[in-house]
Design a protein. Structure first.
Length: 517
C-alpha cells in the first residue's frame, strides 16, 4: 500500500464523494485523483525521475494536496514546506535535499535565493514583473492544464521514500525526516483503528500539511474515504468554529496553542456543533489544567490526548478518553503496531516509575535524517528511535512524560524538568501560555527563566507568579525571573512555542556577575 493508493482506492469506491472542502471549492475523490495524475505527469515532463525530490511550498489547498500526491504518483519524494516570503525552512531545505522541481506560491520567489538551483519551478499565482523572463519559472495553471490526467506509469514500492518532512527547528537547524510509504500507511491504519474513522467522517484541518500531524489527518481520511475541511484562518478562531458548524464536521485536531486560543479568544462557550464526535490533541504536552478546562468548557465529546513525533510518521501513543479521569497527565499507551519502552542511560529497561528515555520501534518509524548520518546514528540505534523525551511507565502500563532531554535544567546541584514548572504556571488562573527555559549563570550553572502570556482581560505581576510557584514547588525550582509577554513566540502556523527564540532572549536578560551589563 502506497500513500497515493489511499486516494486511488477511495476514488475507485466512491468517485463522487467529497474529498476536500477548501472554502467555497469542493473536490471529489475522482477529481482529486485526476488532479494528482496531472501533477504527476507535470513533474515527469519536467524531468523528475523516481526518487527525485519535489518541493511543495503552498498553503493548505486542493492544489497543495494534488501536488503532494502527484509527486508520489511520479515516483518522487514530496518535500512539503511552509509557503510565503519568510519561510523559516525553505532555503535550508532546498540546499539540503537538492530538489529537481518545485511548486511554490508567487510570494516565495520574492526571495530568489530560496529557489536558486532548482531546475524547474512552477509558480502558483501571478509572477512579479521581470520574473517571467527567468527560464526556470513557469506559471503553474497553464502547465497543469496541459498535463495528462492519465495515471503516470511509475511503480514505486512501499519501502521507497514518500516524503521528507523538515522539522520545525525548535532545537536548532531544521532536519529532514525521511518517511517511507510504509511509515505513513502503517501509522494511518493504526489511527483509523483507534478513532474508528469511517467514510462519513469529516475533519476540520487547521494544521498545515507541511507538519506531520496535519498530514496524518489527510492520510487517515483519504484511507476511509472521508472528507477534509481546509481552513487557513485560525488566527480568527470564531471563523473556524462557524465553519465547523456549517460544514458539519465530526472531528477536530489541535496542538496546545490551538486549544488555548479557543478557550480564551473565541465564542466557545456560546458555540455548538451537533455533528462533532471527537477531538484530538498532540504536538506537545498540554497541561492537566488546560485539559480539565477544555473538558469543562469545550464540546462534550471524547477528547484524545496523543503523543508522537515527525520521526514516527505522526503517532506513538494515545490515551483513551475514558481514562482521563484516573490517568490525567498520561500520554496513554502505544498505538497498535508500535513498541514503546523506557530505558535508562546504560540501555537497561527502566522499572515502574523509574525515569528514562522513551524509545520506539514499529513500521511507522523513520530510517533517519536526510544527508545527516551523524544525527541518524545518535537517534536511531539498536533500541529503536530515541525520542529525546524523558518519562516513566506506571504499574498499569501508562506512559507519563517529565520533559525533553534538552529541557532539563541544571539548577545548581539539581536537575529539574521545565515541564514541571510550566505545569504549575498553567494552574495560575490568569495564565494563557507559559514556557520555561534555562540561561547560563556563573554561580548556579543555569537559572530558570519563565516566560508567561496572560488571558485577555487578566492581570498578574511577576511577584504574584513567584508566590504561586513557591506555594507549589521546592525552592530550587523557582524561576529566577518571570517575564510577561503579550504573546509567546510560535513556530509558524504549527503553533508550537519557539523555545529557541526564548532561550536567546533569556541569555540577553541574564547577566552573570563576571559579565558586563
Amino acid at each position: 500500500m502506497l500513500v497515493h493508493h489511499l486516494l486511488e482506492e477511495s476514488a475507485g469506491r466512491r468517485p463522487d464523494a467529497i474529498a476536500l472542502i477548501d472554502g467555497p471549492r469542493r473536490a471529489t475523490y475522482g477529481e482529486l485523483d485526476q488532479l494528482a495524475n496531472r501533477f504527476g505527469n507535470l513533474f515527469r515532463g519536467a524531468g523528475v525521475a523516481r526518487h527525485d525530490r519535489v518541493v511543495i511550498a503552498l498553503e493548505n489547498s486542493i492544489e497543495m494536496v494534488g501536488a503532494y500526491l502527484g509527486a508520489m504518483k511520479a515516483g518522487a519524494v514530496a518535500v512539503p514546506l511552509p509557503s510565503g516570503p519568510r519561510s523559516d525552512r525553505m532555503a535550508a531545505a532546498v540546499h539540503s535535499c537538492a530538489p529537481t522541481a518545485a511548486i511554490v506560491d508567487a510570494s516565495v520567489i520574492a526571495d530568489e535565493a530560496a529557489v536558486a538551483g532548482i531546475g524547474q519551478v512552477f509558480v502558483a499565482g501571478r509572477l512579479k514583473p521581470g520574473s517571467e523572463l527567468r527560464p526556470s519559472l513557469t506559471p503553474l495553471t497553464p502547465a497543469l492544464n496541459a498535463a495528462s490526467a492519465a495515471p503516470p506509469l511509475v511503480r514505486p514500492i512501499d519501502l521507497d521514500l514518500a516524503a521528507i518532512i523538515y522539522t520545525s527547528g525548535s532545537t536548532g537547524e531544521p532536519r529532514g525526516v525521511m518517511l517511507t510509504h510504509r511509515n505513513f500507511t502503517a501509522n494511518a491504519e493504526s489511527i483509523v483503528g483507534y478513532l474508528s474513522l469511517q467514510a462519513s467522517d469529516r475533519v476540520m484541518c487547521v494544521l498545515p500539511f507541511y507538519y506531520v500531524y496535519g498530514l496524518s489527518l489527510l492520510h487517515t481520511h483519504l484511507a476511509v474515504g472521508g472528507s477534509i475541511v481546509i481552513e487557513n484562518r485560525f488566527v480568527f478562531p470564531n471563523v473556524v468554529l462557524k465553519a465547523m458548524h456549517d460544514q458539519a464536521v465530526t472531528g477536530f485536531a489541535g496542538v496546545p496553542s490551538t486549544f488555548a486560543l479557543l478557550l480564551h479568544r473565541s465564542d466557545l462557550d456560546r458555540w455548538s456543533c451537533p455533528s462533532l464526535r471527537y477531538v484530538t490533541q498532540a504536538g506537545g504536552a498540554m497541561s492537566s489544567a488546560k485539559i480539565r478546562e477544555w473538558c469543562t468548557r469545550g464540546p462534550r465529546v471524547p477528547f484524545y490526548v496523543m503523543y508522537g513525533a515527525t520521526e514516527a510518521a505522526a503517532r506513538l501513543t494515545y490515551l483513551e478518553p475514558s481514562r482521563l479521569g484516573d490517568k490525567l497527565g498520561s500520554i496513554g499507551k502505544a498505538i497498535p503496531n508500535v513498541e514503546l519502552r523506557v530505558i535508562k542511560d546504560d540501555g537497561t529497561p527502566a522499572g515502574v516509575g523509574e525515569i528514562g528515555e522513551l524509545v520506539a520501534r514499529g513500521a511507522n518509524i523513520s530510517n533517519g535524517y536526510w544527508s545527516d548520518a551523524e544525527e541518524t546514528g545518535r537517534r536511531f540505534d539498536q533500541f529503536g528511535y530515541r525520542t529525546g523525551d524523558l518519562g516513566y511507565v506506571d504499574e498499569d502500563g501508562f506512559f507519563f512524560l517529565v520533559g525533553r532531554r534538552h529541557d532539563m535544567l541544571k539548577l545548581g546541584a539539581h536537575r529539574v524538568g521545565a515541564k514541571e514548572i510550566e505545569d504549575v504556571l498553567q494552574e495560575f488562573p490568569a495564565v494563557l501560555d507559559a514556557a520555561v527555559v534555562g540561561a547560563p549563570h556563573d554561580l548556579l550553572g543555569e537559572v530558570a527563566i519563565a516566560f508567561v502570556s496572560l488571558r485577555d482581560g487578566s492581570s498578574a505581576s511577576a511577584d504574584a507568579l513567584e508566590a504561586f510557584c513557591r506555594s507549589r514547588l521546592a525552592s530550587h525550582k523557582i524561576p529566577g525571573q518571570f517575564i510577561l509577554l503579550p504573546e509567546l513566540p510560535k513556530l509558524g502556523a504549527v503553533g508550537k512555542i519557539d523555545k529557541t527564540k526564548l532561550r536567546e532572549q533569556a541569555r540577553r536578560l541574564v547577566r552573570a556577575p563576571s559579565q558586563p551589563a
